[in-house]
Design a protein around this ligand. Structure first.
Ligand code: HXC
Length: 322
């Protein structure tokens, strides 16, 4: 019995260590950068108390460049499943406090496991990205890990929804993979998407460039179109993911959830008589038209800042997402 108690105590101690990721100092630094930790983000994203973590004690297996002397429980990514408004989702959240959230062989295995489970269950995958890309010390093993992730991104495409939150400086594979997913939500001022960071650009090409100009939320929501949303802060990014998810189905065989509707489907909207002008030379506001006809005037616009001559997004008619 006492031996069992010892084991339980050991397990509790290991869990406490794993929850600290790269350690208290690194967590403090993360907060000073205006960012939440991977676990804090998951807690904000999912229904309270619904998260079940898996692979909490995984460590990397790298012996290059003295890496064997430096390893952390969980290896820089928190993975598991939980619910949003009671609906099952699979989640991975990269932990910047461990090697800048960079992707090792074992981190890739953890992410792939989550993606495989999501495919089996027909449930969405939500990735919270905060990662410097392939873990340089692991060389080809990290790159091979990305190959496995990209392959799953492709196989899952059109079968289950894949949503990416970008919540820190993301480089290399930590950008290519989100760019293959269905929706990418960036966070202004703290999140970036680029092939490599400004320091590497400076070393290789001698060019001075800021993170913002290289791949900030403005660049990707206005110029490249890679980001579908640009949120004001990390909390808003997670709120957008929750809201977006309410409009989409669990998988390609299901319908989106039907929402109770108190906006009568046979409501007549007299304002439409006035909004569209008689003359084709006069402009009018398409938002007014959309807001007038959809349930309760609720419309979630996608790529608001990109190619502004078309408006796209989700709304509901009689509680059914369209
Ligand atoms: C290992 C990394 C890392 C990486 C960051 N770190 N990126 N460690 N591999 N890829 C570590 C840093 O050494 C540092 O450790 C800690 O994370 C925080 O990083 P900082 O540089 O201090 O933070 P910041 O100034 O915010 O800059 C973040 C960054 C920058 C812009 C992401 O670190 C950067 O440019 N990293 C390299 C990006 C890169 O080239 N990645 C490879 C892409 S190639 P300490 O111990 O000092 O705190 C790729 C290939 C995919 O992904 C192709 C697949 C087929």
């Amino acid at each position: 019995m006492s031996n069992q108690l010892e084991k339980v105590k050991e397990l509790i101690a290991l869990r406490e260590e794993a929850r600290l990721g790269g350690g208290e100092k690194a967590i403090q630094k993360q907060h000073e950068r205006g960012k939440y930790t991977a676990r804090e983000r998951i807690a904000q994203l999912l229904d309270e108390g619904s998260f079940e973590e898996i692979d909490m004690f995984v460590r990397h297996r790298c012996y290059n460049f003295g890496q064997e002397k430096k390893s952390y429980l969980g290896d820089g990514v928190v993975t598991g499943y939980g619910t949003i408004d009671g609906r099952l989702v699979y989640v991975f959240a990269q932990d910047f406090t461990v090697f800048g959230g960079s992707l090792s062989e074992t981190m890739a295995l953890k992410i792939c496991k989550i993606m495989d489970m999501a495919m089996k269950m027909g449930a969405p995958v939500i990735g919270l990205n905060d990662s410097g890309g392939a873990r340089i010390q692991e060389g080809i093993n990290a790159l091979a890990g990305y190959a496995e992730i990209f392959q799953r991104n492709i196989l899952a495409s059109g079968v289950i929804p894949q949503i990416s939150g970008i919540l820190g400086p993301c480089a290399g594979g930590a950008v290519y993979s989100p760019a293959l997913t269905d929706f990418t939500i960036m966070t202004k001022g703290i999140s970036y998407m680029f092939l490599t960071g400004p320091k590497v650009v400076k070393t290789v090409t001698g060019e001075d460039v800021t993170q913002e100009a290289l791949g900030g939320a403005t660049v990707h929501s206005q110029k490249s179109g890679v980001a579908h949303f640009a949120a004001e802060d990390g909390e808003e990014t997670l709120r957008i993911i929750r809201k977006l998810f309410s409009y989409i189905p669990q998988n390609n065989l299901e319908e989106p959830p039907l929402v109770e509707c108190n906006d009568p489907i046979d409501r007549l909207e007299d304002s439409l008589n006035e909004i569209v002008p008689d003359s084709a030379n006069h402009p009018y506001d398409m938002y007014e038209v959309i807001n007038a006809i959809v349930d309760n005037g609720e419309f979630i616009e996608i790529q608001r800042e990109y190619a502004k001559n078309i408006i796209i997004g989700f709304a509901r008619f009689n509680g059914q997402a369209v």
